[in-house]
Design a protein around this ligand. Structure first.
Ligand code: 13P
Ligand code: SF4
Length: 308
């Protein structure tokens, strides 16, 4: 325990020495969230990276998130402490596959979930996150929209957006593991509990939800609900802050399989090592960066609301 406290102090001191900002996604290990300057969802962290006056960004998350920071803030050094922390969903569509889909739909705008590589964003018209996807899709002037890569988020958006939508058949292996039967069982075992889930869950799971939102939306929902027990349909890392901010409420994960191995790769030792040696820097080639930035900038102009 003492070693962990000393490591946290060392990381904080390295952050000062290197003029670095430490960002942690809501799914990161508890000790990473405890040490970070800012914890948040993909959208909040991209914005924080772009707005920060610090020279270095240490992104504790997965590769596409660090790439987004490098796209938005090319003058900064962006470190991903574990370069092998990828997102399997982001890797489910390649630039050449997207180019083929675009050929089949001339003039139809492509909405790319931020869980995509920089090269795929560069071929897309606008990005979205789970917090703003419906608003992003509805902000487009066209009648048709093609959405990538998540079939589950796309299906969820299609229930609300006033567009004719088609999508790529990707998915998040972690959220896909949650089954409707597990949710039904958790509800039966916890009468009076509410169920909140991420739109990356399967549509059959989403149908059972009292509220569907991004990871940051879950913190707001947990504070606001009168229910004493909340069943949570997303990655286990979310529980750290939910419990800390709502000590009087009970939070239940309906499945033990809700662990993203990539999100759990980063340990505090990796953060210290990468800062000490200023290594594991993520860069994006300038031609790709400039085009991907257009898609991210268009998304950042879409107003955010406080419920998603
Ligand atoms: P948000 O934090 O944007 O809700 O995204 C969830 C996710 O799966 C990130 O990998
Ligand atoms: Fe990718 Fe799913 Fe892990 Fe998020 S939780 S990083 S979408 S695999």
């Amino acid at each position: 325990m003492k070693a962990m406290e000393e490591l946290k102090k060392e990381v904080r001191s390295l952050l000062r020495e290197k003029d670095a900002l430490m960002l942690a996604h809501n799914y990161q290990r508890d000790e990473i969230q405890e040490t970070a300057d800012i914890t948040g969802d993909s959208l909040a962290l991209s914005q924080a990276a772009a707005d920060s006056p610090r020279k270095v960004i240490v992104f504790c998350g997965v590769h596409f998130m660090a790439e987004s920071a490098a796209i938005l803030a090319p003058e900064k050094t962006v470190i991903l402490p574990r370069l092998d922390a990828g997102c399997p969903m982001a890797d489910m569509i390649t630039p050449s596959e997207l180019a083929e889909e675009k050929k089949k739909r001339p003039g139809v705008p492509v909405v790319a979930y931020v869980n995509t590589t920089a090269a795929v964003k560069a071929l897309s018209d606008i990005c979205c996150t789970s917090a703003n996807a419906v608003r992003v899709v509805d902000s487009l002037p066209s009648e048709r929209v093609y959405m990538i890569p998540d079939r589950n988020l796309s299906h969820y958006v299609s229930l609300f957006a006033k567009k004719k939508m088609e999508w790529w058949n990707g998915f998040c292996p972690t959220h896909e593991r949650l089954t409707p039967a597990e949710v039904v069982r958790a509800k039966a075992e916890n009468p009076g509990a509410v169920f909140v889930c991420h739109p990356e869950c399967n549509p059959e799971v989403v149908k059972l939800a009292d509220h569907v939102c991004s990871t940051s939306g879950m913190y707001r929902f947990a504070r606001a609900t009168d229910a004493k027990t909340v069943i949570v349909g997303t990655e286990t890392g979310i529980l750290y802050r939910l419990k800390k901010e709502n000590p009087e409420k009970k939070f239940i994960l309906p499945s033990r399989a809700l662990i993203c191995p990539n999100m759990k790769l980063t340990a505090l030792e990796d953060v210290a090592l990468s800062l000490r040696e200023m290594k594991n820097i993520v860069t994006v080639p300038e031609d790709i960066r400039a085009r991907a930035k257009l898609a991210l900038d268009r998304m950042l102009k879409v107003p955010r609301d406080s419920t998603s």
